[in-house]
Write a protein that binds this ligand. Structure first.
Ligand code: UGA
Length: 424
C-alpha cells in the first residue's frame, strides 16, 4: 500500500518518521514553521546528527516521495494520514506543555480531507488524543495515538525494527488503517484504546529510567560492599525476567525524554490523586548521582577542587548523538564549577562554546595541566587514545571514569590512579 502522509514537525521524531515512511514507499510531506529549516531540509540538509538519516532524507527527496513545506495547513490537504510530531516541553509545574499540539490541531482542522486519520506520535499526557479530537472539531476524521520508541543514535534502526508498534484508537477501522502503513515491518502490534497507548509510552520510559537509577544505586552499594557492579549486572541480566539492557551504571540519565517524561508522569499521577513515590525517588536518585560523581572527583584529587583544572571527556547526554539536552555531563560540570573548578572539555560532537567551559579541539588538549580526567560520556573513541600522551600533559595521573569505559589495568600500569563506578 502507498499512502499520502503528512508529518507535522521536523524534530527528531518527525524527521525520522517522515524519512522512514518515505523509505517504506509512502508519499510524505513534512511541515515545519522555520523557513530556514524547511529550505535546508528541502536540499537534504539535516540540522542534527543521526546515523543514516541524511542519506535516507536524500533518498526520499531524490525519489520524489519526500517534500518539505512551511506550515501545517500546507501539508495536510491531500493527506490520508497526518502525524503530529511536535515538541511537548516541560511547563513550569512539571507537566507537559501542549500548546504546540493544540495550536496545530486548531490550524489543520478545517483543511483535513474526510476520513483522514490524525496520529499523535509526540509524547503526550494521557487524555490528549481526546483533546485533539475536540480541537479538530470534525466528526468525519479519526484521532489515534501511536507513540514512538526510537532512541537517539539508533533512530532509524529502531523505526525499521521496532520491538512493538502500539496503536491506541477508539475505532478498530482507524487502528487497522494506521497499522497498514507499517505492513512491511515485522513487529508485534498492540491495538488498544488511546489512554492505554499514551500510558504505555510514559510507563516504558519511566521503567527504563527506574532501571538506570536502580543500577546506579546498586553501584554505590557495590563500592561499599567491595563488589563489582559489572558482574552484579551480568549475573542479574541472565535472568530473562530482568535482562541485560539499561543496567549500565553512569553519571545519571539525561536527554530530552527520560527526565522530562518521568517528571510529567509524577505530575499526571498527582493530578488524578496518586502519589507516584517510586518514580519520585527514581528522579531524586538521578539528581543525587550527579552529586555523588562530583564528590568522587573531589575524593580522587584528595579534597577540594577549588581552583583546580579538571579535564572532562564527553559532553553529550550519551554517545552517538550531538544532543546536550539535560546531559548528565553538564549537570556534573555545573557542580564542579560551583565548587570552584576550572573545566576543560572535549567531545567528538561538540565544537561550539559552552558557558564556563573551555571546549577543546581534541582529547589531549582537554587534559593539559589537569588534576584529574573525568569520563562522562561513553564515546568509544576514548578507549583507543594514547594514554602515555595523556599522562605527559596532565598535572597528575588521576582518572575518574563515570562510564566504566576505560581499561583500568592499562591505566594503572601507566601509573594512573583509576576510579570507576561501582567497582573495586
Ligand atoms: C529514550 C528511550 O530509550 C526511547 O525508547 C524513547 O523513544 C525515547 O527516550 C523518547 O521518549 O523519545 P533516548 O532519550 O534517545 O531514548 O536515550 P536512551 O538511550 O534511552 O538513554 C537515556 C539516558 O539513560 C542516557 O543519558 C543514557 O546514558 C542513560 N543510560 C541508559 C544509562 O546511564 N545506563 C544505561 O544502561 C542505559
Amino acid at each position: 500500500m502507498t499512502a499520502q502522509v503528512a508529518v507535522i514537525g521536523t524534530g527528531y521524531v518527525g524527521l525520522t518518521t517522515g524519512a522512514y515512511l518515505a523509505h517504506l514507499g509512502h508519499r510524505v510531506v513534512c511541515a515545519d514553521v522555520l523557513a530556514e529549516k524547511v529550505e535546508a531540509l528541502g536540499r537534504g540538509e539535516v540540522p542534527f546528527f543521526e546515523t543514516g538519516l541524511e542519506e535516507m532524507v536524500r533518498e526520499g527527496i531524490d525519489g520524489n516521495r519526500l517534500n518539505f513545506v512551511m506550515g501545517a495547513a500546507a501539508a495536510v490537504p491531500d493527506a490520508e494520514f497526518v502525524f503530529l510530531c511536535l515538541p511537548t516541553p516541560q511547563a513550569q509545574d512539571g507537566s507537559a506543555d501542549l500548546s504546540y499540539i493544540e495550536a496545530v490541531a486548531a490550524d489543520i482542522g478545517p483543511h483535513l480531507i474526510p476520513d483522514a486519520v490524525v496520529i499523535n506520535k509526540s509524547t503526550v499526557p494521557v487524555g490528549t488524543t481526546t483533546r485533539v479530537e475536540r480541537l479538530l472539531a470534525r466528526d468525519d476524521v479519526h484521532v489515534v495515538s501511536n507513540p514512538e520508541f526510537l532512541r537517539e543514535g539508533t533512530a532509524l534502526h529502531d523505526c525499521l525494527h521496532p520491538d512493538r508498534i502500539v496503536i491506541g484508537s477508539d475505532t478498530h477501522e482507524a487502528a487497522m488503517r494506521v497499522a497498514s502503513l507499517f505492513e512491511h515491518l515485522e513487529s508485534p502490534l498492540i491495538v488498544t484504546n488511546p489512554a492505554s497507548a499514551e500510558a504505555i509510552k510514559y510507563a516504558s520510559n519511566a521503567f527504563l529510567a527506574t532501571k538506570v537509577s536502580f543500577i546506579n544505586a546498586v553501584a554505590q552499594l557495590c563500592e561499599l560492599f567491595g563488589a563489582d557492579v559489572r558482574d552484579v549486572a551480568l549475573g542479574m541480566g541472565y535472568d530473562k525476567r530482568i535482562g541485560f539492557e539499561f543496567l549500565r551504571p553512569g553519571p545519571g540519565f539525561g536527554g530530552s525524554c527520560f527526565p522530562k517524561d518521568a517528571r510529567a508522569l509524577v505530575r499526571m499521577a498527582e493530578d488524578v490523586g496518586y502519589d507516584f513515590d517510586v518514580l519520585r525517588s527514581v528522579i531524586e536518585t538521578n539528581q543525587r548521582q550527579f552529586q555523588w560523581v562530583t564528590e568522587k572527583i573531589e575524593r580522587a584529587v584528595g579534597g577540594s577542587i577549588d581552583g583546580q583544572t579538571i579535564a572532562v571527556w564527553g559532553l553529550t547526554f550519551k554517545a552517538r548523538t550531538d544532543d546536550l539536552r539535560e546531559s548528565p555531563s553538564l549537570h556534573v560540570i555545573e557542580h564542579l564549577r560551583s565548587r570552584g573548578a576550572k573545566v576543560r572539555a572535549f567531545d567528538p560532537m561538540v565544537r561550539h562554546e559552552i558557558e564556563g567551559v573551555e571546549v577543546c579541539g581534541d582529547a589531549y588538549a582537554a587534559c593539559q595541566d589537569a588534576a584529574v580526567l573525568v569520563v562522562l560520556t561513553e564515546w568509544d573513541d576514548f578507549r583507543w587514545l594514547d594514554f602515555d600522551k595523556v599522562a605527559d600533559v596532565m598535572a597528575s595521573r588521576v582518572v575518574v571514569d563515570a562510564r566504566n569505559l576505560l581499561d583500568p589495568t592499562g591505566l594503572r600500569r601507566r601509573g594512573f590512579q583509576y576510579d570507576g563506578i561501582g567497582r573495586i
